[in-house]
Design a protein around this ligand. Structure first.
Ligand SMILES: O=C(O)CCC(=O)CC(=O)O
Length: 275
């Protein structure tokens, strides 16, 4: 684990795998942390890729900036982290809110994106109803803490059948949610409520794009992934069976196979991308 002070906060991150491998950044969702990507670390490293996984500000070991944190703040943190690491261009991917941050990164720093990986996410701006929900949830988490929310949503974060069948995965996901600082979660909820519509950005993307979705995701169902696919005709779409909103955790072997297949085709090892 490493850390860096940037934009007024300390960001913790892992930088794993061969340092001269093509860099891949994977961004966790809400309310998780970089340990979400533990099942990807070994597989990517063994295949020769460098994997950089930050704890977003307000999550995991990173510092908290209470109030409102916009997806643009998260994207700029990642750009600064890559600058610190001497990485000019990278594969940038994420799950759910992390996928939206990857789209925001593409919007703000398109020249730094070698390829995009969008797992279980959606491109449109928040609806009026969604904004109200996120702002209410932010108030609730600040008042009550994370425990009640974590118990309520575990069977949507991973497929309900996996909660029983995969107690280790369920415990990990619950543990990440419960350990999140409510001030960090609330700040991200408020900022995410204000996110822009990413559909125009996606329609203009020339970089390779991988869209992944759990077959039984109830938050961002397969239809949301198909909507993204329609915007990006050159994208690859993979549906992961026996998974919900977090296929990288629920079905790591299937998820890793799809990811590595995409990387091998579109991001070969020869290029080094160090600045
Ligand atoms: O609140 C939602 O939109 C679904 C849950 C979620 O955001 C999880 C995540 O960001 O990974």
């Amino acid at each position: 684990m490493s850390r860096i002070a940037l934009h007024g906060v300390t960001i913790h991150y892992d930088d794993l795998g061969p340092s001269d491998g093509p860099p891949v950044v994977l961004i966790h969702g809400h309310p998780f942390n970089r340990s979400l990507w533990a099942p990807q670390a070994t597989a990517l490293g063994a295949a020769g890729y460098r994997l950089i996984t930050p704890d977003l500000r307000g999550y995991g070991d990173s510092g908290v900036t209470p109030g409102t944190v916009f997806l643009s703040d998260f994207a700029d943190d990642i750009a600064a982290l890559l600058g610190h690491l001497g990485v000019e261009r990278a594969v940038v991917g994420g799950v759910s809110m992390g996928g939206q941050i990857a789209m925001e990164f593409q919007r703000r720093h398109p020249q730094r994106v070698r390829a995009l990986v969008l797992s279980d996410t959606s491109a449109p701006a928040e609806t009026a109803e969604g904004k109200e929900f996120r702002n209410r949830l932010a108030d609730r988490l600040l008042a009550e803490g994370m425990d009640g929310y974590a118990s309520e949503v575990i069977d949507k974060m991973i497929a309900a059948y996996n909660v029983a069948a995969m107690p280790g995965v369920a415990a990990h996901v619950l543990g990440m949610m419960r350990a999140t600082d409510p001030r960090g979660a609330a700040a991200a909820l408020r900022g995410r409520a204000e996110r822009p519509d990413y559909r125009d950005t996606l329609a203009a993307v020339e970089a390779p794009v991988l869209i992944v979705v759990g077959a039984d995701d109830v938050y961002t169902p397969v239809a949301a992934a198909e909507d993204i696919r329609r915007l990006v005709p050159h994208a690859t779409l993979a549906v992961i069976e026996q998974a919900g909103h977090l296929p990288g955790a629920e079905q790591p072997e299937r998820f890793n196979a799809v990811l590595l297949d995409f990387l091998t085709s579109h991001v070969p090892h020869r290029a080094t991308d160090r600045a």
